[in-house]
Write a protein that binds this ligand. Structure first.
Ligand code: GLC
Length: 797
């Protein structure tokens, strides 16, 4: 089994020991405003705020190798002429085993030893400064004096990333890059800028509103601004002509804009030097006033190290809100940091930029954004609250929401039946976590007319849910539901989503629970009646004998039923039957049993089976997709989290943890898996395809948010509620117990769970700070306090 890397002993870094990874294994450097992706080989993009409008550096889509260009530091030995880069690519100096990379929380470090020069370069984005820093340290370990040239290089995009791609022939006439001798910095901008979201070539009468800067902490010996001059004809970043014939040190007013800065070093034997590059943007109105200060900071190693320490401290704060020590050390590495880290990155990035999503097309998904929020609320309630406001602003008075939105008033209504209901999830999780019911009175505009409180928005969603049921009393499918690829089930008569009905029930249950807390009884009867009608409709029409069908297509045709050739059973209508709390326990047990029997694989449960092998235009995209991949029968990791939740709700601790373990990244041979083994991918190819086990669409998936919450809320069983912290673990019977920590409403709960009878669920007693409590809900403790909780699991009366 090939191995390209593994976690460090403390689990805080993923160490890449062989940089020839099967796909770009990346990390995110970001502070929620300034973003950079970086692969173990230095590939990746940079953008300010928006990957579409604020693109700083370019990504060449579908290029080979797949992660070019990037953040490259070249080194040339001025005596031997040997050239290498501090990351293995782009030069690809052999042997590759001279290189190692480490991805940590908010930083990536690449170390190398080439030709007697030991190097380490750390890439990060400061927590409190919107730029990226590449701090390189070169040490002469060769035992003789060395004369080295070091060149930092970026390829600029400057503005609208999609227009940069589709209008390149003209765009290059609007780039300006100049070197400021006094400041030792390159400044780059574009003299026109498109602010529309679509890839229009409509030229607006304006320029990009930022200046990009690229600077280095040492005297600049030479520079380059034009890609054609730096790379040269018939070459690539691997062998730039500029390193052979020298850089032109000329400004640019036409061409592909790049920044290359050269510094010359002379290192005696054993000597080392720091070369610190810094890339970022300055808003145009502030440019003259700020530029000297901006390029003047982070010029010495101490300032850079202090900024890096602040990044570490911020991640410690974030990740320190939850901790686990279970009998399973492999799971602990993920539970203690990597799942929450990925979830926070997905929340900050908004799911739009990776090596799978290029930040040029889709905006922010409504349901994705709502789901990302539930992971972050534990440690960053204020940011979750702001996200709730953003979601509210994408809603019309009738409760319809944009399916995709861009945050600037632009968006698209598609008619997916599930989108608006996700708002209920985001709001109620925020409220349970924080107890901040005042959120409900906050006012936000509706897209079409006027404004309303957050509670008004919730009630608009409830009205939407009841507005237009189909012939079986289930929600009309429309353009799709959570599964975007069931996009033509709706047909001419609308079709109906059984999962949609279950989801509505689950969300309406949340709303009813909230209204009870608010003691707002006048609103309850209608919503309860709607919920009950949906439950009756599901139980009357959607039970197939062994599982719940997925949908009714045009003219009532059943989808996800035994008699279908393909797609006989779908995952979501089994797990959500449980999550929705449908009343018939026998059916729930049978549905989950069928899920196990028909969908389970060594990699986790499949999204549906058998996969479609014939195109069915009355179902949609799922049937056009190759079988075993994506929604067409892959192990789609996001809904697998709901399976774990469902097993927990049924008290099946073995099945829940077994599924959780199977899904952990890094359990499959790394060559086969291909994607990063330290984060979840959107899907793992199933046994219906010859590339079974291959994962794709890593990082930007709702899997992380859900796995984080399901693991802490339902397996470890530390769950927020309006009344306090619920203690309700559901674990394998072989666990003698576990320890966990969780911050809840500002107090830290140190929880020790014992399982002397080897049960999977059930709490026999709870002591809080040495005193027994009744029931399993701990009333909130004062913020700032530490609370010791001792839990004994066991058979309850
Ligand atoms: C992708 C989308 C998500 C959708 C899922 C299933 O992950 O981002 O919104 O629910 O696919 O189609």
């Amino acid at each position: 089994m090939a191995s390209f890397g593994h976690f460090s002993d403390d689990g805080r870094e993923f160490l890449i020991t062989d940089v020839r990874t099967p796909s770009p294994w990346i990390n995110y450097l970001q502070n929620g405003r300034y973003f950079a992706t970086i692969s173990a080989n230095g590939g990746g993009i940079s953008y300010d705020r928006s990957p579409l409008h604020g693109r700083i550096t370019r990504y060449r889509i579908n290029d080979v190798p797949p992660d070019r260009p990037g953040k490259y530091i070249y080194v040339k030995d001025r005596d031997s002429g040997d050239v290498w880069s501090l990351t293995w690519q782009p030069v690809g100096h052999e042997p590759a085993s001279d290189y190692r990379a480490a991805h940590g929380f908010g930083y990536t470090r690449v170390e190398a030893g080439v030709g007697g020069i030991a190097s380490s370069v750390v890439f990060f984005v400061p927590a409190d400064d919107d730029r990226e820093i590449w701090k390189a340290t070169l040490r002469n370990a060769s035992g003789r004096p060395r004369r080295l040239t070091v060149v930092g290089y970026v390829e600029f995009a400057l503005g609208h990333a999609l227009v940069d791609l589709i209008n390149q022939c003209d765009d290059q006439h609007f780039n300006r890059v100049h070197f400021d001798k006094d400041l030792g910095a390159l400044f780059a901008t574009k003299t026109y800028w498109v602010t529309e979201t679509r890839g229009t070539q409509h030229q607006e009468n304006k320029e990009w509103d930022r200046w990009a800067f690229f600077t280095v902490n040492r005297p600049v010996a030479a520079y380059e601004t034009v890609r054609e001059r730096f790379i040269g004809p018939f070459r690539s970043e691997s062998r730039p002509a500029g390193l052979e014939k020298g850089l032109s040190s000329k400004d640019m007013d036409c061409g592909n804009a790049v920044g290359a800065l050269q510094v010359d070093l002379e290192l005696g034997a054993g000597e080392s030097a720091d070369v610190i590059f810094s890339l970022g943007v300055i808003a145009k109105p502030e440019f003259e006033r700020k530029k000297a200060a901006v390029v003047g900071t982070y010029r010495d190693a101490a300032a850079v190290d202090a900024a890096l320490a602040r990044v570490a401290a911020e991640w410690d704060r974030f990740l320190g809100h939850t901790r686990a020590a279970t009998p399973d050390p492999e799971a602990d590495v993920f539970l203690n940091s990597w799942i929450a880290y990925q979830a926070k990155v997905a929340f900050d990035v908004g799911r739009v930029a990776s090596f799978y999503y290029w930040g040029i097309g889709r905006g922010y998904g409504y349901r994705d954004t709502a789901q990302d929020t539930v992971a972050v609320v534990i440690a960053d309630a204020a940011r979750a609250r702001a996200r709730v406001g953003l979601l509210a602003r994408q809603m019309r008075r009738d409760g319809q929401v944009y399916h995709h939105f861009y945050g600037d008033g632009q968006g698209e209504f598609t008619g997916h039946c599930d989108d608006p209901l996700w708002f209920i999830l985001a709001v109620t999780e925020y409220l349970k976590e924080t107890g901040d019911l005042a959120l409900l009175d906050a006012r936000e505009p509706f897209l079409d007319a006027g404004e309303g409180t957050i509670l008004d928005h919730l009630l608009a969603v409830a009205r939407f849910a009841g507005a237009d049921p189909g012939p079986h009393g289930l929600p009309k499918f429309g353009r799709g539901d959570w599964n975007d690829t069931l996009d033509y089930i709706g047909g001419r008569d609308g079709g109906e989503s059984v999962w949609g009905a279950m989801f509505y029930v689950a969300m309406l249950n949340r709303l009813l629970e909230l209204l009870e807390v608010l003691q707002a009884p006048e609103k309850v009867p209608d919503i309860r009646a709607l919920r009950d009608r949906l439950v009756t409709a599901i139980e009357t029409h959607a039970w197939d004998g062994e599982w719940y069908v997925r949908a009714f297509g045009e003219a009532g045709r059943k989808i996800g039923t035994k008699t279908n050739r393909y797609g006989q059973i779908f995952i979501n209508t089994q797990s959500w039957a449980v999550i929705a709390g449908l009343p018939d326990r026998d059916r729930l047990a049978a549905a989950m049993g069928s899920l196990s029997a028909r969908l389970d694989t060594p990699y986790g449960p499949k999204i549906c089976a058998p996969a479609f092998r014939e195109i069915d235009p009355t179902i949609g995209l799922i049937t056009r997709c190759v079988w075993g991949k994506k929604e067409n029968g892959a192990v789609f990791c996001h809904p697998a989290a709901w399976v774990i939740q469902a097993w927990c709700l049924l008290g099946s601790g073995e099945a829940a943890f077994e599924t959780f373990k199977k899904l952990l990244p890094g359990r499959i041979d790394q060559t086969t898996f291909s994607a990063e083994p330290y984060v979840y991918s959107q899907y793992i190819t199933s046994d219906e395809h010859e590339t079974a086990g291959k994962a794709s669409h890593s990082w930007q998936t709702g899997t992380a948010a859900w796995m984080y919450r399901v693991a802490y809320d339902h397996i470890l069983g530390l769950r927020p509620s309006y009344a306090g912290l619920v203690i309700d673990p559901v674990i394998p019977s072989s666990w003698p117990g576990f320890k966990a920590e969780r911050v809840f409403r500002g107090a830290r709960y140190l929880v020790e769970v014992g399982n002397p009878e080897g049960v999977t669920s059930g709490v026999a007693s709870i002591d809080v700070d040495g005193r027994p409590i009744d029931g399993n809900v701990i009333a909130p403790r004062p913020a700032g306090t530490v609370c010791r909780v001792s839990v004994k699991m066991g058979r309850t009366a």
